[in-house]
Ligand binder design. Sequence first.
Ligand SMILES: C[C@@](CO)(OP(=O)(O)O)[C@H](O)COP(=O)(O)OP(=O)(O)OC[C@H]1O[C@@H](n2ccc(N)nc2=O)[C@H](O)[C@@H]1O
Ligand SMILES: Nc1ncnc2c1ncn2[C@@H]1O[C@H](COP(=O)(O)OP(=O)(O)O)[C@@H](O)[C@H]1O
Length: 269
Amino acid sequence: MIPHREIAPAKLNLALHVRGKRPDGRHDIETVFAFCVDGDRLSGEAADTLSLEVKGPFAGELGPSESNLVIRAAEALRDAAGVKQGAALVLDKRLPVASGLGGGSADAAAALRLLTSMWTIDPSHAQAVAPQLGSDVPACLLSLPARGEGAGDQLSPVDLSDLSGAAVLLVNPRVPLSTAEVFAGWDGEDRGPLTDWRHGRNDLEQAAIRQAPLVTTVLAWLSAQRGASFVRMSGSGATCFALFENDAQRDQSATAVPREWWHLATSLR
Ligand SMILES: C[C@@](CO)(OP(=O)(O)O)[C@H](O)COP(=O)(O)OP(=O)(O)OC[C@H]1O[C@@H](n2ccc(N)nc2=O)[C@H](O)[C@@H]1O
Ligand SMILES: Nc1ncnc2c1ncn2[C@@H]1O[C@H](COP(=O)(O)OP(=O)(O)O)[C@@H](O)[C@H]1O
């Protein structure tokens, strides 16, 4: 039988403004989500029970499969849709864990898409369970450019068609950062709404830098690259990215990334 396959695209926050703390303990944000063509890879075959095998370069950084967001997403979808079948899932973990690329959220969203197709259920079930799995999961379910408000789960379309196919270089100094801890380190100052992502900010940058000073080094390194037209940290870090004028300049910089850092040369969807 041919397995079902899904890419779990790496998520970027082109800008991320933190506006305040919410009664539920999370933060109100305004962000613009964009997605890369590359990411983790999920495949699955029909089975009686739910199971997950994790392989790939970052498999060793994840805990037991039962706590993996892929299994949590699969269980939530199975319960919501009243499905009796299972699935044998395999996750190829290619994105660093706790890196601001939404890896866990992207994997959960990929599981929802894959199982909606495999179990031939209505997509409304996936849309219903997505926000319960993580603030980023609704955006990752779409994996299309969007503006996010509220906790990041209130989505509206944004036209980034001029960026489709744009060359991107992702660089992570191999320092995992906890999203909760970075938000907890936000200084509490509302610096204003997000109107234009190019002239916006990442309000989590200073909190991330306090926990991972290497973020400053990565941002400076990317900014010094020839052809890098836009440089910012993504999400709660520590991954930073640069948009390049063309693929050749991106590839040239990719060859020069210090060996101790992780990088991915990719493009925007
Ligand atoms: C910061 C962002 C930006 O896209 O991405 P990442 O850095 O995780 O990729 C997201 O808001 C992360 O979304 P997600 O990773 O789904 O977070 P969740 O599981 O919902 O929340 C984890 C924890 O982060 C904090 N949190 C998350 C979202 C939010 N709007 N405010 C928060 O304060 C809370 O402490 C929460 O308990
Ligand atoms: N499939 C998964 N991929 C990544 N992290 C996962 C996954 N399942 C559970 N987690 C947990 O989620 C946390 C990090 O989530 P992740 O989405 O990678 O963060 P970020 O969005 O900042 O990259 C880690 O504590 C990790 O153990």
